[in-house]
Ligand binder design. Sequence first.
Ligand code: AMP
Ligand code: GLY
Length: 424
Amino acid sequence: MKILVIGGGGREHALVWKIAQSPLVSKIYCAPGNPGTAALAENLPISVDQLDKLLAFAYENKIDLTVVGPEQPLSLGIVDLFESHGLKAFGPSQQAAIIEGSKAFSKDLMQKYHVPTAAYGVFTSQMEAEAFIRRTGAPIVVKADGLAAGKGVIIAQTCEEAITAVRDMLSGNAFGSAGSRVVIEEFLTGEEASFLVITDGIHIVPLASAQDHKAVFDGDQGPNTGGMGAYSPAPVVTPDIHEKAMQQVIRPTVAGMAAEGRPYSGVLYAGLMVKDGEVKTLEFNARFGDPECQPLLMRMKSDIVPILLAVAEGDLSDVTIDWFDKAAVCVVMASEGYPGDYRKGDEIAGLEQAGAIDGLYVFHAGTAQKDGTCVTNGGRVLGVTALGTTVKHAITTAYQGVAQISWPGVQFRNDIGKKALERV
Ligand code: AMP
Ligand code: GLY
């Protein structure tokens, strides 16, 4: 089979790495990919939003399966476009990807189908938003309705801060059109978990549990990022929480999307807040999480290709997924300044030494090849990911890899996996 992976981050490197292990696969392309995927696939100079070029390539090269990594092409309707030309693609339709593309849509869906979530309001008027904020009080959460690369969420500690955030969004200065409508919601406390399932719209197969680390600094301090590290399994997802997540969140959502005429196929990612044995839903994503995908795929024992293909063909009924009974930990190494403005073009030292460590794999995200060396080219640069017999073992190995790698201004969290350690 010939497979095309769309995207160029750590998630897509992990997907290419896993797909490359399948005996069913003869050739992998990645658009646009990164220097990491280049070692396993042929990178194509096509960006994720150039849908016509991606389609032309897949059509002319008789691609058997296209796997869409990021949200943007899903929201632009890439799966519909490919399917209308007889090409198989893994991911939700445009109508279904709105579950991530509009937070107002997903909150209204949750309310309608009784999926537990924070109390909220949706606003386009500054005055009404202000009144809601004053009534609710702080801390309070302000979210841009549309896609904002994981950065459109402001946890405001005071009403004034929330009001300023709303003004910045509604004026279009902060997140462009993504912020022309805002969701304002109750601040939830607890421990977060990333709960991902694969579904064809009817059958649902849960993936192993995972936990992300959203804040940029140790101890969950500082602004939120796309994710500074992740591990799997997440002990916070006990068998009871797993059951609640399936019964109260995933099943009603998949059924609700079908009832809304938006049948959902692909990965459904629920961001959960767990507290006192109960779950609430923070958000839905229409794709694999990044960095969660990196530790998850390291733990996946099954060949991923028949799973992705079954979803693209619309019948998951015969699919089960086996996992290694091990823990995986991914530490993200990021550029100085991320998630704000950051520098690019610094030479990365130590990649080979880290790559030689047993049980460790360095997934590339924001890297580029320049004059024969690998340089930084994004906010999140690498995902140093290790598999271990225990989470402690995986943490130790991952940080051994991190210690080998450096560039000027490199930043990473020192406490990835700590919450799992506290629970085991
Ligand atoms: P979202 O993209 O909606 O998941 O928000 C990104 C991150 O913001 C989440 O992973 C949480 O860390 C935080 N967050 C979002 N909504 C809330 C909430 N209602 N209460 C507390 N934290 C939240
Ligand atoms: N790591 C969070 C996300 O992929 O949205």
